[in-house]
Design a binder for this molecule. Structure first.
Ligand code: FES
Length: 338
């Protein structure tokens, strides 16, 4: 049975769209029942993707006029499951089904220092936080990391507004973010125990930050992150899920999630966030042919390494760099559903 805690759906009208950066589209929605979106909130949209209704989550970059205008920034994902392609095709006048603002990444109060770290499109979760911290007169640093300047949404605007509080790292300029150095700086500062870090970006960056944070014994509650489970260790590829208890096998296309594919096949599964955060969709792994690309932030590193379980909404099987990488057979995972 599906479980969903976000119960109030409404219609939102697209009132503006524009390009923010290469491959990144700005979409402004006017919801039927406006509610101001606090920093760290996102909205869920129900999108009709090739005849299947799918839920996708997007950070609210800006909330204006008491929530009458909610701005989203959407990157066209190379391995899009269809959601970002659909969002890029929206035009003023289109109507979408959406929730009100959902808070899963709240900005705390009272820390001595805040460090916001955005990897790529993760910046969309942090723009409103940076603005709020500036208004509060807080001590904050905004770290922006990307592959190329042309694909980094809001870069110019953030530098203009936040000045030298912004640190920019661009891979193709050979100015790369050194996570160990960044976290080491925090650990060595007098405010170390009272510094909060908010991070949104690819899973690999998030994992690296988490490892560095733990190794410096910084307070774990002070590290907060948001993810949409869309990036992994390997590119998405087709794979197969075996369910011996139902005597069934389901193929998962590279544009689909395991959860979507199982639902399409009529398999009842539990879920809530659908982005690798809550663990509700966690299931036991019985066998794997290839690798598991977990892509969640719920399981611990140790749980991930043992391949004992996975989160259906974001995890994928991949041939990866395993011995079977050149084999014609797709990767496969055998699961036991609760
Ligand atoms: S539904 Fe929340 S982790 Fe999968």
């Amino acid at each position: 049975m599906a479980v969903n805690t976000q119960t109030w759906w409404q219609q939102g009208r697209v009132v503006e769209t524009s390009d923010l950066a290469e491959g990144v589209r700005r979409v402004v929605l006017a919801p039927d029942r406006p509610v101001h979106a606090a920093p760290g909130t996102h909205v869920d949209l129900r999108l009709d993707l090739a005849g299947h209704v799918r839920k996708r989550s997007y950070s609210v970059v800006r909330s204006e006029d008491g929530g009458r205008r909610l701005t989203l920034g959407v990157q066209l994902a190379p391995s899009s499951r269809g959601g970002s392609r659909h969002m890029h095709g929206l035009a003023p006048g289109d109507v979408v089904e959406m929730t009100g603002p959902v808070q899963s990444f709240p900005l705390g109060v009272g820390a001595d220092r805040y460090v916001l770290v955005a990897g790529g499109i993760g910046v969309t979760a942090l723009v409103a936080m940076a603005d709020a911290l500036r208004r509060r007169g807080a001590d904050y640093t905004l770290v922006l990391a990307g592959r190329r300047r042309a694909v980094m949404a809001y870069l110019g605007e953030l530098v203009e507004v936040h000045g030298d509080r912004v640190r920019v790292f661009v891979d193709d300029e050979d100015v790369r973010l050194d996570v160990a150095e960044l976290v080491g700086e925090i650990a060595g500062s007098p405010a170390a125990a009272r510094t909060e870090m908010y991070m949104c970006g690819p899973i690999r960056l998030m994992d690296a930050i988490r490892r560095a944070w733990v190794s410096h014994e910084l307070p774990e509650p002070n590290l907060r992150f948001e993810t949409f489970g869309s990036s992994g260790a390997w590119a998405a590829e087709d794979f197969v899920v075996h369910l011996p208890q139902l005597d069934r096998s389901v193929r998962v296309g590279k544009d689909s999630s395991m959860l979507d594919a199982l639902e399409d096949a009529g398999v009842d599964v539990m879920w809530d966030c659908r982005k690798g955060e809550c663990g509700i969709c966690q299931v036991k792994v019985l066998d794997v042919s290839g690798r598991i690309d977990h892509r969640d932030v719920f399981l611990s590193q140790q749980q991930k390494e043992t391949y004992a379980s996975l989160c259906l909404c974001v995890a994928r099987a991949a041939r990866g760099d395993s011995a079977d990488a050149d084999a014609a057979e797709p990767a496969a995972v055998t699961l036991h559903l609760p």
